[in-house]
Structures are given as C-alpha cells and as structure tokens.
Design a protein around this ligand. Structure first.
Ligand code: SF4
Ligand code: SF4
Length: 345
C-alpha cells in the first residue's frame, strides 16, 4: 500500500474512534516481564526482591492472533475500540513485537503501545506502523539522579532511544499520537519543565501526573494505615499521596475500565490495570456482559474505596482535548509530514 493510501486508512480509523461515544477495547499483556525496578509498582517491587513470575514471559504470536479473533467475534473489541498491546510490564521486550503489530494491522485494529523507552525494537524494512493510534513513553524524571531512585535504568540511553523511536516509527508510517507520561515525584518537580520542552521538540504531547502506589494491596494498606513503616517512610519522602488522599472523589457512577478486557500472557483476564485478580480465561467469556458480571463484586468494593482515577493528569485540559479528538496544529502538521517521510536504514 502506498503511503498516501495508508494515511487515508489511518485517518478513517481515527475518525471512527473519535466519532464513537463508547469503545469496545481490550488491553493485552503481551509481556509479563519488565527490566525496571520501580519501587512503587508491583512488578518493579518484585524485581527488586528478585521474585520471579510463574507465568510465561511473552505471549506467542499464534496465540495472540487467536485471542484477537475471539475478542472481535465475541464483541470485546470492535472497530471503534483500541487494541492495547500492554498492561504494565515492558512490551517492547517482546522478541516478536513487530509480528504482534502485524497481526493487529491484518485484523484492522487501532493499536496502542506503551514503553519505558529502554528498548529499541527491531523494525524490519517492510514494517508497517500505520495502524498504531498512539505510543506512550513513561519517564520517572529527567535526570540520571531521578532514574537511580526509581527505574534504575540509564536515563541518557532512554532519552536517545525515545528520540530514535519517534523518528523510526514515523518513518514506518506511524500517523498517531505520541505521548510523554511524566511521573511526578517530590524529587523531580524541577525536571518537569525541561521534560515538557523536550517533549514539545519531538512533537509529543506532555502528560504529567503524580506517581502513586501501583499495587492494590499496598494502596489498601495505605488507606487502612497498615503499611510497613519502612515502606510508608519512603512513600512520605517520594510521593504526593496527599493529592490522592484528600482531593474530592468523583461522582461514583461507574468506571470505564469495567467494560474493558485485560487478558494476560496466558489469556487469563485480570479485573483491570489496577487489580490483578484473575476472573477467568478470555476464551471462557462469550460476551463483555458475562465478563463484567465476573468483576462485579470486586469493582463494587473498589468503587466504594478508591478514587480509581488516581492517574488523572495534572493537565486535565490536554486530556479532555485528546478525548474529544481536538487536533492541535502540530499534530496535523506531523500527520502530513509522515505522509512524505522516506524510510531510512
Ligand atoms: S512502573 Fe512500568 S517500568 Fe516500572 S517496573 Fe512497573 S511496569 Fe516496569
Ligand atoms: S472499579 Fe476498580 S477494580 Fe473495577 S475496573 Fe474500575 S478501577 Fe478496576
């Protein structure tokens, strides 16, 4: 397909997404491994404690294809929805990431990717990125000092990887949005502005939000004041938990994650990105309604306990604009530029 026809197909996909009021989306955990050691994330904490997962590390391509087809047939995923290729962990570690994306492209899905930026995926010459709707990169700061405290990865390498990936994905026909998620900690507030400028220079939207305890059990302990002292002491030095604790709760008239399916590497659905409780294999559910019934008791308790939109962005206006599909001038110009980019080796 020529670049022009790909651009038209991508625009059509985005338009369908923006036009639809409700989306049927799934987020597939194609990897069960992460190379970072984020203290406040369940996976990172396990990495620090050297706790190994008993699940297989990566989803096989054939299994992924079967899962996507089942999700389409059972209406977990429709043409206005998103096929997310992550659920925490680091999906760019998947050795066959581009083959997974190829499946999504063949199945006419609008895909969403996320990464901590530490891995440059191998993009074959004929790789087609035009069905990817957005790519998010998450940063725990904008200096090596901040990275030493959280991810424990090489910040300069990550910065250069992200610059490379922005170019490389665009050159392979990626027309979607780029998002820089900046996790705000007490020690990196002065790094927000440099990161914002860098994001802008790369044509990325900037989405800062307060880091939080990404572990339902520990969040629960925090609210119950039963966190171990050592952990709580660290929380009090690094996070802005007061923001989550004291801001007013939204009207609890539901949670849009309840209708989303979150199958892991083995096809078992967890409740959502914030709750890993397994509710059964995606192949055992014949409809989203059946899956939602399996989540009901857990979600009711969650809605009564948490402000489940903990990760709301500080810059709420940007988020609302993205959801409403308002296109910035810089995005439109990037879309047009992508139409004329030549692949480089
Ligand atoms: S927060 Fe993300 S990068 Fe950090 S350990 Fe968890 S999954 Fe990995
Ligand atoms: S209500 Fe809570 S547990 Fe249920 S999907 Fe939403 S965030 Fe997850």
């Amino acid at each position: 397909m020529t670049q022009f026809r790909k651009a038209c197909a991508a625009a059509k996909r985005f338009w369908k997404y923006w036009k639809a009021k409700k989306h049927r989306s799934i987020y597939v955990g194609i990897a069960d491994v992460c190379n970072a050691k984020c203290y406040y994330c369940q996976k990172g904490y396990d990495n620090l404690q050297q706790v190994r997962s008993t699940k297989k590390p990566f989803m096989e391509v054939g299994f992924f294809e079967k899962l996507v087809r089942h999700c389409k047939a059972a209406h977990f995923l429709d043409e206005t929805g998103v096929l997310g290729l992550y659920s925490w962990n680091e999906s760019f570690l998947h050795p066959e990431l581009t083959k997974i994306i190829d499946v999504g492209t063949r199945e006419h899905c609008l895909m969403s990717l996320a990464s901590n930026g530490s891995i440059r995926p191998k993009l074959p010459e004929n790789f087609d990125a035009s069905a990817i709707g957005n790519i998010s990169f998450s940063l725990c700061g904008f200096s090596q000092a901040s990275y030493d405290k959280i991810h424990q990865l090489d910040f300069h390498q990550i910065r250069s990887n992200i610059e490379w990936m922005v170019r490389a994905f665009r050159q392979h026909g990626f027309f979607g949005f780029l998002l820089l998620r900046f996790h705000i900690y007490q020690f990196n507030v002065s790094e927000i502005e440099p990161a914002r400028r860098w994001a802008k220079s790369l044509g990325m939207q900037f989405a800062p939000y307060y880091a939080y305890i990404n572990d339902p059990q520990k969040s629960w302990q925090y609210l119950q004041q039963t966190l171990p002292v050592e952990y709580l002491t660290r929380v009090s030095k690094d996070l802005f938990m007061g923001y989550h604790l004291y801001r007013s709760k939204k009207v609890m008239n539901g949670c849009d994650r309840i209708a989303v399916a979150w199958p892991d590497v083995e096809g078992n659905c967890k409740v959502c990105c914030m709750n890993n409780t397994s509710i059964g294999s995606i192949f055992d559910f014949s409809s989203p309604e059946e899956m939602m019934r399996a989540k009901q008791a857990i979600c009711q308790q969650c809605l009564a306990t948490f402000d489940f939109n903990m990760w709301d962005e500080i810059n709420d206006d940007d988020w609302k604009k993205r959801r409403a599909g308002k296109l910035s001038f810089s995005y439109v110009s990037q879309f047009l530029k992508t139409c004329f980019l030549k692949k480089t080796r």
